[in-house]
Design a protein around this ligand. Sequence first.
Ligand code: HEM
Length: 393
Amino acid sequence: MTLTPQTADFALDDMPGQALHDLLHVFRERGPIAPARFLGLPCHIITGDAALGAAFQDDFTFPGHRMYQASFEPAIGASFISDPDAASHLRYRKLATPAFRSRAVSRFEQTDLAALAHELVDALGERDEFDLVTEFTARFPYLVITRLLGLPREREEEFHAWAFALLAFRDDPERAMDARRELSAFLAPVVEERRRAPREDVISELVHSEIDGRRLTDDEIFSHIRLLFPTGGETTHGALGNLLYALLAHEGEWKQIVSNPHRIEGAVLEGLRWETPIAVLPRLSRSEPVSFEGTPLDPDSWVLFAVAGANRDPALFKDPDRFDPDREQPANLVFGRGAKSCPGLHLARRNMAVALAVLAERLQDLELLDTEAAVPRRTVLRSPTALRVRRRS
Ligand code: HEM
C-alpha cells in the first residue's frame, strides 16, 4: 500500500527504509509543524532541524515527562524521565546518571567491552549463515548493561528475561508486573551488599552517589535500572542494527570498514544520522491550548518530534538521503536537546564503535541474504527485523 501524507499513520504503519524519509521530506516542505496521524488520531509533526531543536527546548509547550508517565511509568515505576517537576528531575538525574561516566565504566570500556563482543562472535561457532539481530544486536546492549551493573553472570539470562517482560508491558501487563517484583527481589540483596562492600561497578556508584547530603533510595535505584532497558537497551539494539544494515546494504561499505578501521567513528555517527533508532519521538502537548510556530495545538494532543526528518534536513546536510561516513557532522538531534537530552550518548556511541570494530575484524567477508527483512522499519523504535547474513571467511 502506498503511503500518503493524508493516510500514513506514524504509529501503525511500518514505513520501511526510504518510504519514511520520502514522507518526512513532504511534511518538512509543509512548514515547521504540519498535521499528521498517530495511533489513528490526528496529530502534528515537526520535521525540520531548526524547528525541532527549538521544540526540544520548549518544555512549556511540550512538557517532556508527560508521554513517559503514560508509556513507561506503569512498568518501570517513577523515575526522573517521567518526573513532572524540573528541579527534582534534575536532582534525580544528577544523582543517577554520572554512574555511566564513572571510572568503572571507562575501565569496562577499555578492557571488557571488546571481550564481550568477541564472546558473541565466538558463540556463532562454525555456522556460515546466521541472523545478526538475534545473535548480536539484540543481545549485546543488554549484556553491556548486566556487566556494567556488576550482576552475577550465571543469572544474566534470567535478568534479560525480566527486562523483555517489562518491555512487553502492553502485551502482557501481568507478566510485566511479576517481572518487576522478581527483579526487585533479585536486586535488593545486591544493592545491600554493594552498600556494605562497594566494588567497581555501576550499582556501587548508584548506591554511593550523593549530592547535598541526598542519596538515591532503593526504589529510585530499582526504577533507574528498569529505565535502562528501554532507554539504553532497545535504542542501542536498534542503532546497531540500522548501522549494520547501512554498511551491508551499500556496495563496498563493509569492505571499506574492514580494511580501514579508522573509518569506524565516522560510520557510527553517519549511521546514527542516516537511520536513527528513535526516528519519531512522540510528545504530549500541554493540558491547555498552546501554539507552536503560529499553529494552535489542542490540549493534550500528540506532537511527533521527527528526529529522522531533522537528520535529513537539506538545510543542514548536503545530499541528506545519501549514506556517507565521510561527511561533516554538524550537531544533530539524535540524542535530543535540552533538559532531557540523552545522558547515555557517550556509552551508546562507544558500544557501537567497539561492536563494529569486533564484527569487522572477525566477519570480514559478509553477504546480506534478505534485504527486505534487513530494512529498518517502524518509527518510534526503528530497526531491522532480521539481518540474515552469510560469511565467506
Ligand atoms: C543510540 C542509542 C541511543 C539513542 C539514539 C538515544 C536517544 C535519546 C533521546 C533522543 C533522548 C531524549 C528523549 C526526550 O527528549 O524525551 C534520550 C534520553 C535518555 N536516554 Fe538515551 N539514547 C541512546 C542510548 C542511551 C543509553 C545507552 C542510555 C543509558 C545508559 C540512555 C539513557 C537515556 C535516559 C535515562 C534518558 C532520559 C533523560 C531524561 O529524562 O533526563 N540512552 N535518549
